[in-house]
Every structure is written in C-alpha cells, then in structure tokens.
Design a protein. Structure first.
Length: 452
C-alpha cells in the first residue's frame, strides 16, 4: 500500500495549481486538487478574462464614434450593462467547465472545499484528513486597500465584475495595472471617471515614457486624473446612496462607485502553513527557492502566493517547473528575465525587457529610439489618438534590451518582439527585417533616429 494518499495535493485550482496538477498527473503522479471558490482562479473569474471582455465592451463605445470618419452613419448606440454581465458570466461558466474537464481528463481528482495544512504531509478538507508526499500551495492573492474610514463603501476589482448597475460616476484609486485598466473600462462605457493616484507618474514600475504617455491619451479620451492625491475618508449619503470621497487637501468628489486597485496580497492566512514550518515574507508570501520548494521540504508554492510576478503565464510556467522537478526530468527552470506583459488600458500598453532607466542603472552606454505618431487609422477618425514606440539598445553589443509600446493591440504586437528579445536580436537585425506595410508595428523595424 502507498505510504501517502496522493503523490501531490494542490491547494487552489487557479492557473498555476491546475497546470502543475495536470502536468504532474501526465507524468504519472497521483494528484488531487482542492478548490474552495471557483475553477480557474482569479484569471478566469475576476481577472484577465472578464477584464478583457469588459475592455472589448468599452472599446466599442469609441469604435462607433470613429466609424463616422469612415462614412458610417448609425442611430446613436446605447449600452446595456446587464447584457454584458450576463454574457460575460456565461463565458466564465463555460471556462469553469473547461477547467473541470481538463482536470478530469488528466486524471486529477477535484475536491471542493477549503483545504488547510495539518502538517508537512497532510491536509484537512471538509472534515477529511488526506496525506500527500508533496503539497503545492497555489492559493493566489486577494485585493488589498488602505484601511481608511469608510473603506467598507469602496469596492475592489472582485466586486467590479458583478456590479448590479453601471455607476454614473466612478473614482478609481491606484496607478498600477488594475487601476488604469478599470478606469479605461469605466470611461469607455460612458461613466464619468476620475483616476486618483498618490504618485506623479502612472505605472511607475515600467519605462517612464509609458505612464506619462498613457496619462495624456487617457485625458484626451475624457478621463480625469488626480495625481498626488489620497482619499482620507469615504462617507455615504443615506438618502441618495452616493459616496463622497474627502481628500487630504479637504476637497471632495462624489461618485456612485469608489474602486480601490491598490495592489494584491498573497492568500496565506488561515491555511495552517505554520503547522508545517513554512516561512512567509512580511507580506505573507510563501518563501521558495528556484525549484519553488518552501522551507518545509515537502511543500511547494507557485503563482501569486509567492508574490514574484503576478501574471497568469508566469504561474503556468512555474507550475510546469514544479511538476517537472518533482515527477519529471527536472530539466525545466524558470527565467524571469524578458517576460513580456500587456496592460489593457485604453490605449493598450505592451512591454518587454528593460526600461530606459533600468538599462542606464545597469551601466554601459545605451541608445534610445523613440517615436510618436498618429496611426493611419486615426487620420480619418479625427480622434487624435497617438502611438508611442520605444526601443532601448545596448550601444556596445547592439542588442535590443527593451521594446515598449502604447497603442492599439500593443500586447499582440509585443508578443512577437518578445521572441526576438529571447533570441538576443540586435538593432541591426531589427533594421534588416522588412516591415509589413502599412502597419503600426513596422515602425519598430524602421527606427533610425536616436532620441536625444
Ligand atoms: P499594482 O501593484 O500594479 O499597483 C498598485 C497601485 O496602487 C500602485 O500605483 C500603488 O502606488 C498604489 N497604492 C498602493 N498602496 C496604496 C495606498 N495605500 N494608497 C494609495 N495608493 C496605493 O497592483 P494592482 O492592484 O493594479 O494589480 C496587482 C497585480 O496584478 C499587478 O501587479 C499585476 O502583476 C497583476 N495584473 C496583471 C494584469 C495584466 O497582465 N494585464 C492586469 C491586472 C493585474 P505606487 O505606484 O505609488 O506604489
């Protein structure tokens, strides 16, 4: 008889947990995965997927307007929020089913309920104790917001996906991924939107041109941005239900919705990790090594719960490394350099590699190529929407270190350039590549002038 009930017990059926479980089962391991909430985790249910659907919905608003420049005349379009929510929910239910089938098809046993650790080789779920040779913690993260008076009146992105009605006015707090994405969504859907950011430049983790250029484009699209602003308290008018946000300078803004997008924290509380001797960071993230092993040798962790790069494809890759390490050849490893990412603001951002500032900090001379222009499409729409493209190049080796873009479909475009960067492409090779005409992306292979 086997010493343990399972070879691998995964807590959390999100992107990382499901991928690791399926891959491990494919390598012959006996695997079970526990999920207390929804299959597919944040990405499928309250993240990437519904956000992208909302983002598509928001773009239509201006697409109708832009079409006029191309000769289209239509009665003024109206938007129905309940239709979007119902159609989005139907798609998510379909994806939940796809995840369930993927697990059962791979021979992974799915257990519904909250699993907690009893010790380094045992979990308890729904009153049942189960033993496993290895336990994988893939419990993801959860939105966090500062505890100001009236914080209970504000929502996070979790609730934004299920609002019973579209607010007339919205305040979105934060200057990161979720804040700029949701501010763009609300604005595109016709909500009077104000982005409230404590800093001076949006998306400060990225190349500095991206955040400043995006802010200009967002303002052109009718959004308001309050930089260097902090909400000190929120009150609700009992009569109208409207929320009043009071700022540090005593000014006030009223809105039907205040949404905080001020970061996410790892989901480790109450999991019993202390029973197994698992070390956590100050932020509650599981500390792991390069094989994703925690301080307890039988316990591993991947995805948002380790708080490295909170991106679905990263969690998937980490899950594959763990499964391969435990049950396969162990040849896989995780490289965090050159991971491309997109921000589905309006306009989109796509970026891979080093920002100009990081490249300069590393020492060594660099060349910077930068181009802004109104793309062909908008010559007729009259929207004035501009595109930014930027290359950061190592002067000595000629290697392209960073490719950055603000503009429509930037994510789609940067994905291809990410391959070029992985291959170590040089600026000379970019230049030797024939452009596809007329596209925005051809600009990346025809950038000749070095920016001052
Ligand atoms: P981010 O870390 O991207 O941004 C958090 C923002 O909130 C920052 O601008 C930060 O300000 C601000 N902030 C933090 N604390 C406070 C505070 N107490 N008061 C006021 N402002 C505050 O987090 P998000 O919540 O936007 O997203 C979480 C993660 O999810 C992202 O890092 C990303 O990895 C992932 N994600 C990825 C997406 C994609 O791939 N397209 C989409 C959405 C999320 P400051 O800049 O000053 O620190």
């Amino acid at each position: 008889m086997a010493k343990y009930d399972y070879d691998l017990f995964t807590i959390g059926a999100g992107s990382g947990g499901v991928r690791a479980s399926r891959y491990a089962a494919g390598l012959g391991a006996r695997v079970a995965v526990a999920e207390e909430r929804y299959l597919g985790g944040t990405c499928v249910n309250v993240g990437c997927i519904p956000k992208k659907l909302f983002s598509y919905a928001a773009h239509y608003g201006e697409d109708f307007e832009h079409a006029a420049g191309y000769g289209w005349r239509a009665a003024s379009p109206s938007f129905d929020w309940p239709t979007l929510i119902a159609n989005k929910d139907r798609e998510i239910t379909r994806l939940n089913g796809v995840y369930e089938k993927l697990l059962s098809g791979a021979g992974v046993e799915l257990m519904r309920g909250r699993a907690t650790l009893v010790d380094a080789h045992a979990v308890e779920i729904e009153g049942r104790r189960i033993s496993a040779r290895y336990i994988l913690v893939a419990t993801g993260g959860w939105p966090v917001a500062p505890p100001i008076p009236g914080a209970e009146f504000a929502i996070s992105s979790n609730e934004a996906f299920h609002l019973p009605e579209l607010p007339r006015r919205a305040l979105v707090v934060g200057g990161g991924y979720i804040a700029v994405e949701f501010a763009s969504i609300f604005n595109g859907l016709g909500v009077d939107t104000t982005l409230v950011y404590r800093g001076e430049r949006l998306l400060k983790e990225f190349d500095s041109d991206l955040g400043s250029f995006l802010a200009g484009e967002m303002i052109n699209k009718g959004m308001k941005i309050r930089f260097r602003s902090n909400i000190e308290r929120i009150t609700r008018d009992t009569h109208s239900g409207a929320l009043c946000a009071t700022f540090a300078d005593a000014s006030e803004l009223t809105a039907e919705c205040v949404m905080y997008a001020t970061g996410r924290a790892p989901n480790t509380r109450g999991l019993g990790l202390e029973n197994a001797g698992v070390d956590l960071t100050e932020n509650g993230a599981v500390v792991v090594d390069e094989t994703f092993q925690s301080s307890a040798p039988s316990i591993y962790a991947v995805g948002d719960v380790i708080d490295r790069l909170l991106l679905t494809p990263v969690a998937l890759a980490e899950g594959m490394v763990v499964a391969d390490h435990l049950f396969g050849s162990g040849a896989r490893s995780m490289a965090y350099e050159g991971i491309p990412t997109a921000i589905f603001s309006n306009p989109n951002i796509g970026t891979v590699g080093l920002s100009e500032a990081t490249a300069r900090e590393r020492g060594g001379a660099i060349d910077v190529y930068r181009s802004t222009f109104v793309p062909l499409r908008h010559q007729l729409t009259g929207s004035g929407e501009k595109v930014l493209m930027k290359l950061v190049v190592d002067k000595e080796t000629d290697r392209v270190l960073g490719v950055h873009m603000v503009g429509a479909d930037a994510g789609e475009i940067i994905q291809g350039f990410a391959v070029a960067l992985k291959c170590g492409a040089t600026k000379r090779e970019f230049d030797a590549t024939i452009g596809i005409h007329p596209t925005m992306a051809e600009e990346f292979v025809t950038m000749r002038e070095t920016a001052k």
